[in-house]
Unconditional design. Structure first.
Length: 398
């Protein structure tokens, strides 16, 4: 009787386990993979079945393309497969992969399971076929077989990538340091709200919160251009960032406008612009030059030269700005004013991707009240931290 009860319990447990497996629709099967026209090309691969779709892990994927060189970065959740005359870059939870710097979209996102990255099998093989890396393939699910047709010289060994190239790839993936620039400070209060709240104080507080989150969660050295209520010249801020070999430069500010109704958040990157609103914002932030005793006005040709000098960072800066807007929009109730371009003096000369964030309008009574709130500042800092985390994952190094 006791045995019967135990057996009944076991049957119930197995039944529930089976039901759970069906609900989540996931299981791993062993497939036999063979690559035609290549010696020692038969191997076993773990194929993940998830929601009626087959997935292949990157370790087995590298065998298909004949590579022994896979570099994984746990922080950014990326992998690079260096094969013969081509390179494949894969990111966890992304529906996009890079093959020889060409961006392809998969039918579903990649995912990570037990430290292995899984890629949609059908979509990936179709991409290899489009790139002429393979000449054809067949997937036989009933017999659990995959056949890859590949035009490769017989007995050709897998390509060995030099340690120099691998070291170079590793360095590209590593953020040396992030420079956080709290706007204004000291004798320069920045914008001031109706209740007396100063831009310099909000910027410093949010910057300190942000720095703590980055160092704690990402383990990246984070340096503030100022940690106290001190006055620092604009050109000294980017010089400081360059001297500390910053991988990113993020300048934190609060906006102001003549209209008390204006509200919302926006992120800028350096460029020339004809947008009047952007020009006004840049002019206000650049007005600190008068306090510095810099009588020479910022000429348009100076801005053009600076923009050209930063041409290699524009795409990354714009991408980071877009992610920042997206992340802030998830966490605060305000208006998304979008990504904009303008000639901010503080961004000129930065030898790294750089953005300037306007957290909200201190001239708007309701937003000033929010900007006073510790909870609201925490949400803003979390948003920017999450944006930097997502940006790091999304980097496509040319």
């Amino acid at each position: 009787m006791i045995f019967h009860s135990a057996l009944t319990f076991t049957k119930k447990a197995l039944f529930l386990l089976f039901c759970f497996s069906v609900i989540i629709g996931q299981q791993i099967n062993e497939y036999s993979v063979s690559v035609e026209n290549r010696k020692d090309s038969l191997f076993k691969a773990d194929i993940y079945l998830k929601e009626k779709m087959l997935y292949l892990n990157t370790g087995d994927l590298s065998k298909i393309v004949g590579s022994e060189n896979v570099f994984a970065n746990g922080t950014t959740k990326k992998e690079v497969i260096n094969a013969d005359n081509f390179e494949i870059k894969i990111t966890v939870d992304s529906q996009f992969i890079l093959v020889e710097e060409k961006l392809y979209q998969l039918e579903a996102p990649t995912f990570q399971e037990k430290n292995k990255i899984f890629v949609p099998l059908m979509g990936f093989l179709l991409i290899l076929e489009a790139e002429k890396i393979v000449s054809g393939f067949a997937i036989d699910e009933p017999s659990k077989k995959i056949i890859i047709r590949q035009q490769i010289e017989e007995n050709k060994p897998p390509q060995k990538v030099s340690s120099k190239k691998i070291d170079s790839e590793k360095k590209k993936w590593q953020f040396k340091s992030i420079i956080i620039d709290p706007g204004h400070g000291g004798k320069d209060p920045g914008a001031v709200g109706r209740s007396g709240l100063k831009e310099k104080d909000v910027a410093l507080d949010v910057s300190k919160r942000l720095a703590k989150k980055i160092e704690k969660n990402l383990g990246i050295k984070t340096i503030l251009t100022r940690e106290e209520d001190t006055f620092i010249k604009l050109q000294d801020r980017t010089r400081f960032a360059n001297q500390n070999e910053g991988s990113l430069f993020v300048s934190i500010h609060v906006n102001s406008a003549e209209s008390k109704k204006a509200y919302g958040f926006e992120t800028y990157f350096l460029s020339t612009t004809k947008n009047e609103s952007a020009i006004r914002v840049a002019a206000r932030e650049n007005s600190v030059l008068e306090l510095e005793g810099s009588v020479q006005a910022l000429k348009n040709e100076d801005l053009i030269r600076a923009t050209i000098a930063q041409a290699s960072f524009v795409q990354q800066s714009e991408r980071l700005a877009a992610i920042i807007q997206q992340e802030i929009g998830k966490r605060v109730e305000s208006k998304d004013l979008g990504v904009k371009q303008a000639g901010f003096y503080v961004l000129m000369g930065a030898s790294m991707p750089n953005v300037l964030i306007e957290l909200g309008f201190i001239s708007n009574a309701q937003e000033e009240k929010k900007l006073k709130s510790s909870q609201y500042r925490e949400a803003l800092a979390t948003s920017i931290y999450r944006a930097i985390e997502e940006y790091q994952k999304s980097i496509d190094y040319e």
